[in-house]
Design a protein around this ligand. Structure first.
Ligand code: NAG
Ligand code: NAG
Ligand code: NAG
Ligand code: NAG
Ligand code: NAG
Length: 709
């Protein structure tokens, strides 16, 4: 095995055991290169990023977006929030209801602004996964009233410009769901009429067909769509797509655990999506894994930042794989022709070559990823072989005059004893007579470029990771209106901080005096969305927080329904699991209060099919304080400081999971003064706070047997 110090690039007479690769622009060029991107959303994949301390947050943003620093991305694709679950959470819509608009919700605005701050040339691309219910015009489709849906999307594009001076470059149709010819044409016409002729339509963020075949049949559709964007193409295209003459993109790809196999996947598809499939842009789902590990697709981002309370994050190897292409190219560069610097290598792997618009600069990226070390999550990768090989690069045409190439090298290691080499600057090499020979090992990447500008950016190590801090208190006072509070990860419904300055103060909690800055957390979704997945089948809302391994816990919250369009009931819960698109069957220990009916329920699931107990509850009009202590197989519920129930949980009840709050149906409800304590602390807290608990301690001995914990 070659040691790092033995990486060989040599410039010499061509030996017999070498394959010649010609890089030549004389016979014409290939397609325009559109850039490498990352996708925030689809859904809520950046949720925890926004909560990081400023210092680490800025460092992370630099690793993603700063030119010549890290991933230096060319494209930022974001979800146009639809108030519905879109994989790891729900993202807020700019129009929860038809009668209002707001451009301060969620975190995608913030992220786009931060990306542009670092790279004013970054391209922005918006795509909806789901839509608020009203956009469906009484149906579960966004195409029932195409003008209304187009207006909704154009308002988002206008909002970006008006409130953030952000120019949106690309917009999509409906992520991985049906696309609609009529709607696509209406969207194009209305964009043009609204002054957004430069916003290009990508369709259909799904499969190659039927969009490619439809474009071939329909000239008006062909002129409406600029780019055919497909997901997880496995580097393959189809003849009909090529025949359209459109730019072809892997508008969502990767989605692989971000270890070195993930890096291998990313390296292979970044090159081969063009070599094999003529795709001129590849966009990673997701940009950054900033969601709780227990949610679906843990760490399927270019880097990981899911511990905002500690500030810990990880710059994973896919960041440096990205840098090999992004730091030495820009959208608008052009690929060279096939077999003219774009091809598979004789010993396995691939090479792409790109020229700047003026053809003054050349960048060549070579990858030799082996099969088992470059598997992506999907699709199936047919077996192939890669072996060590020598190649001789011959520079011809405009590039015959190149004298010097800067060389960057990575070698992914799959041996614990051997560290990987990631984006190492090997410095400039002189090209002799337009020729250089390179020894290529396996699982390596080389960039050869005329540009002297690359940099492996670095910051000092972030703080070490720590467990989610307990006890945890949240009054929602420190947030701006419309913000999503730190560490909460909504799974159905949409929750945002609002100010109750014109409403009366909480009646019962006694914690919060009336004040002009009185903030609460409000669930705002009033009707089921035009959903992306099955999560909303439960027709309830749920917002989780904390640690998926929590077992014994005390959670408490003040909650209020009873306003206009109120939800049917509110809940606090512990041991919550089974989230993302499966949230319709989320399990846990749920304490529901139905203030209007003066009833409560304890259930083992969000859908309330696993009833554990129910009964009357002396709920007040206005605010009520719900407390839930779960220890071992025991649950104690309190309402406004009084014990409401103490019970033994059935054996099949969920044993661990997040804390949560939410509502029993869609509809408005407010939450305040949320707290979480670990089991022992929680019990002490109850003993101190709850007179009846103290008095009735003997009764509770039925449940809390001495010495049990
Ligand atoms: C808005 O953005 C454009 C670039 O897209 C820039 O030229 C202009 O100065 C910006 N305007 C303001 C007010 O920041
Ligand atoms: C690749 O992985 C498969 C399945 O684990 C294994 O059978 C095969 O030997 C591996 N190939 C190489 C070259 O390591
Ligand atoms: C690569 O070239 C070097 C120098 O000519 C030679 O020693 C080596 O055997 C070659 N390796 C392969 C895999 O062809
Ligand atoms: C979650 O809790 C477990 C068990 O208490 C602990 O080991 C782990 O570090 C915690 N993780 C986070 C991210 O808080
Ligand atoms: C309540 O719902 C009705 C009917 O959808 C709507 O007209 C009204 O504006 C809603 N009120 C609030 C406060 O959302």
């Amino acid at each position: 095995m070659l040691r790092q110090s033995m990486v060989i690039i040599f410039f010499m007479c061509v030996s017999s055991d070498t394959q010649i690769i010609t890089i030549d622009d004389t016979g014409g060029l290939g397609r325009r290169f559109d850039g490498i991107g990352g996708l925030s959303g689809g859904g809520a994949t950046s949720r925890l990023l926004v909560n990081y301390p400023d210092k680490q947050r800025n460092e992370i943003l630099d690793y993603l977006f700063q030119p010549n620093f890290g991933a230096s991305l060319h494209i930022l694709k974001v979800e146009i929030g639809g108030d519905a679950q879109s994989t790891d959470g729900t993202e807020a819509s700019h129009m929860h209801n038809s009668w209002e608009e707001n451009y301060e919700r969620g975190y995608e605005w913030w992220l786009m602004v931060e990306a542009k701050k670092r790279n004013p040339d970054i391209k922005l691309y918006g795509l909806p996964w789901a839509f608020p219910g009203w956009v469906g015009a009484g149906t579960r489709s966004p195409y029932t009233n195409p003008e209304m849906t187009a207006t909704y999307i154009i308002k988002w594009i206008q909002g970006a410009l008006k409130y953030y001076n952000l120019t949106i470059d690309y917009v999509g149709i409906w992520n991985e769901r049906s696309y609609d010819i009529k709607y696509t044409k209406v969207l194009r016409q209305m964009l043009d009429k609204s002054g957004f002729q430069n916003v290009r339509i990508v369709a259909a963020d799904g499969n190659w067909t039927p969009v490619s075949t439809d474009i071939l049949k329909d000239a008006e559709l062909a002129s409406a769509i600029d780019i055919i964007g497909v997901h997880y193409p496995g580097t393959n295209t189809i003849a009909d797509a090529v025949a359209t003459g459109k730019q072809l993109w892997a508008s969502e790809d990767y989605s692989t655990f971000n270890d070195n196999v993930g890096a291998g996947c990313w390296a292979r598809i970044l090159n081969q999506n063009y070599v094999n499939g003529d795709m001129t842009s590849t966009i990673s789902w997701n940009l950054i894994a900033s969601y709780y590990s227990a949610l679906p697709y843990d760490r399927d981002g270019l880097m990981t930042a899911n511990s905002p309370w500690s500030g810990y994050y990880r710059v994973e190897s896919p960041i440096w794989i990205t840098a090999h292409t992004t730091q030495f190219t820009s959208p608008g560069w052009t690929y060279l022709g096939k077999k003219q610097g774009v091809q598979f290598l004789p010993g396995g792997g691939s090479i792409v070559s790109l020229a700047s618009q003026d053809r003054m600069d050349l960048t060549v990226i070579i990858e030799t990823m082996s099969h088992n070390h470059s598997l992506c999550i999907r699709p199936f990768l047919p077996p192939y072989e890669v072996r060590q090989q020598n190649i001789t690069i011959q520079l011809k045409g405009t590039f015959a005059k190149v004298q010097k190439l800067y060389v960057w090298h990575s070698k992914l290691s799959f041996d614990d004893q051997q560290p990987s080499t990631l984006f190492e600057n090997l410095g400039p090499f002189h090209v002799v007579n337009g020729e250089l020979q390179i020894y290529l090992g396996i699982d390596e990447i080389y960039t050869l470029t005329t540009l002297a500008t690359g940099q492996k950016g670095t910051y000092t190590d972030p703080p070490a990771p720590t467990p989610f801090p307990l006890p945890y208190m949240e009054t929602f006072e420190e947030y701006k209106e419309n913000a999503e509070p730190s560490n909460f990860a909504q799974q159905t419904g949409s929750f945002e901080v609002i100010s109750l300055k014109y409403l009366s103060s909480p009646v019962n909690s006694g914690v919060m005096p009336f004040s002009s800055s009185l903030h609460v957390l409000r669930q705002v979704v009033q009707q089921p969305p035009v959903a992306w997945c099955d999560a909303e089948n439960v027709k309830a809302s749920i917002n989780i927080i904390g640690n998926s391994s929590w077992t014994d816990l005390y959670v408490q919250v003040d909650a209020m329904t009873g306003q206009v369009n109120a939800s049917d009931g509110v809940f606090v819960a512990t041991r919550v699991a089974n989230l993302g698109c499966e949230a319709f069957e989320a399990v846990g220990v749920f304490f529901f209060l139905f203030p209007d009916k003066k009833k409560y329920e304890v259930t083992g699931d969000l859908a309330r099919t696993q009833l554990i107990a129910n009964g009357n509850a002396d709920a007040k009009t206005g605010w009520n304080t719900l407390g839930l202590l779960v220890k071992n197989n025991l649950a104690v519920g309190t309402l406004n400081g009084q014990e409401l129930f103490g019970l033994m949980l059935p054996e099949k009840t969920s044993k661990m999971g997040f804390a949560a709050l939410g509502t029993g149906s869609f509809g408005i409800a407010d939450f305040d003064n949320f707290q979480i304590r670990d089991g022992k602390d929680g019990e002490n807290y109850l003993i101190n706070k709850l007179n009846t608990y103290k008095q009735k301690k003997d009764d509770f001995n039925l449940y809390f047997k001495p010495g049990q914990y």
